[in-house]
Design a protein around this ligand. Structure first.
Ligand code: ATP
Ligand code: MG
Length: 425
């Protein structure tokens, strides 16, 4: 019978076989980001739609066509979060965490965007992120970038290039926008439909277009760098100097603008060509205007977010994913009363070896089928509790991955023996 129920298009299950790679990513990220003094924050998955419209921008792709929005029973318009920065700022303002203090924060969780699903692009996807509030200097952008670089190193991932650009102050951006509109107006006929629409609403986004037919036009557009004022140049130069001194390679990409509206000064992306079309694994930068836009006192902000599905794909493709772990020990049994004795023995082993992965056979069945399950479980050792063992206060021990006969061990010796055996590999 065909499956009656399917997951929603673009939303996928993460099955047990892939979980070790996810755990590897999550544990590595948490350990790393906390070691830089960042603290986790968790916000609701649903917020008022107005929060995202206000922060991301009414005329961005995300707000115009990618949000999962709905009216709840009170008639409020709510949305599944398409990203987490707005929520984190909202939470900090609400809890007073930005009053005369700096914050280094991180998050992890699912985001939702109604995009066209394809490899590396889903409608529910996970992001890691970091946000730093209250830091004016380029040293914080450098720190965020160095964190990402160290993350790739710790994961063993290769071929991820850092691209940097500066959008300058909001004043520079405004000036640049004028040049750009003028340029694209002169080439109106060469624009695609999206481009024409953006020309009126959000012309910088034209630079972000993935349409191959626009690339030549975009390539010849005025460069942002020419519109930067001295202060913006100095900020960017400081960032580059810190990265140079840290020995971190980067490429300045003058076309890099990022999709969201709230960026100023630094923008960066980590890009790989090993994943096909969806090659950006991390994007971030400075967004000093956002906190005020959401009703707070003007304050500095910088951060990044990473696409976890793309990183898991890289881990697997580059052979760096942690293999699935089998269990350590499988406890099989036979004879009357053996299930109760097995549970008791297993619990006493767990008391003394809490990290041991010990599977107790359940559901009866022949001894032969139990041993088949023991073998399939990946266990290195089977413990066997039969009538003879019950009588003698012993347990049978059979190594499963080597050709050694079963031996009998006093139950009081079992943890010492297991300790010994399992450490040998
Ligand atoms: P893209 O250019 O790939 O659409 P974006 O600029 O929309 O990315 P951000 O909003 O900056 O992406 O999100 C940060 C990261 O989250 C991206 O670099 C990417 O790795 C990941 N990401 C974004 N959208 C998706 C998606 N629909 N599916 C999977 N990962 C995604
Ligand atoms: Mg996008």
């Amino acid at each position: 019978m065909a499956n009656q129920h399917q997951a929603i298009r673009g939303m996928h299950d993460i099955l047990p076989a892939d979980i070790p790679a996810w755990h590897q990513l999550e544990e590595t990220y948490r350990g790393l980001i906390e070691s830089y003094g960042y603290r986790e924050i968790r916000t609701p998955i649903v917020e008022k739609t107005a929060l995202f419209a206000r922060s991301i921008g009414e005329v961005t792709d995300i707000v115009e066509k990618e949000m999962y929005s709905f009216d709840d029973r009170n008639g409020d318009s709510l949305s599944l979060r398409p990203e987490n920065t707005a929520s984190v700022v909202r939470a900090c303002l609400q809890a007073g965490l930005l009053q005369d203090q700096q914050q280094r924060l991180w998050y992890y969780g699912p985001m939702f965007r109604h995009e066209r699903p394809q490899k590396g692009r889903y409608r529910q996807f996970y992001q890691f992120g970091a946000e730093a509030f209250g830091f004016a200097g380029a040293d914080i952008e450098a720190e965020l970038i160095l964190i990402a670089a160290r993350f790739w190193r710790q994961l063993g991932l290769e071929d991820i290039e850092l691209q940097l650009n500066s959008l300058g102050s909001s004043e520079c951006r405004r000036r640049y926008r004028e040049h750009l509109v003028e340029y694209f107006r002169d080439h109106h006929d060469a624009l695609d439909e999206d481009g024409r629409r953006r020309l009126e609403t959000n012309p910088l986004r034209i630079l972000d277009s993935k349409n191959p037919e626009l690339q030549a036009l975009i390539g010849a557009a005025p460069a942002l760098g020419d519109s930067l004022d001295d202060e913006s140049r100095a900020h960017f130069a400081e960032l580059c100097e810190i990265l140079d001194r840290a020995g971190l390679a980067y490429v300045v990409n003058q076309r890099l603008v990022r999709g969201l509206d709230y960026y100023s000064h630094t923008v960066f992306e980590w890009v790989t060509d090993t994943l096909g079309a969806q090659g950006t694994v991390c994007g971030g930068g400075r967004y000093d205007g956002l906190i005020e836009q959401l009703g707070g006192k003007p304050n500095h902000a910088a951060g990044f977010s990473m696409g976890c599905e793309r990183l898991v794909a890289m881990l697997i493709d580059q052979g760096k994913a942690r293999p699935a772990r089998g269990c350590d020990v499988y406890l099989a049994m036979r004879g009357a009363g053996s299930a109760a004795a097995a549970a008791r023995l297993a619990e006493s082993i767990r008391d003394r070896m809490p990290r041991l992965e010990l599977v107790v056979h359940a559901g009866g069945g022949s001894f032969k089928s139990q041993m088949r399950k023991a073998d399939r479980s990946g266990a290195r050792v089977a413990l066997i509790l039969g009538e003879a063992e019950l009588e003698a206060g012993t347990v049978g021990l059979k190594p499963l991955r080597e050709d050694t006969p079963q031996r009998e061990i006093a139950q009081s010796e079992i943890t010492a023996t297991l300790d010994n055996l399992l450490q040998q590999v």
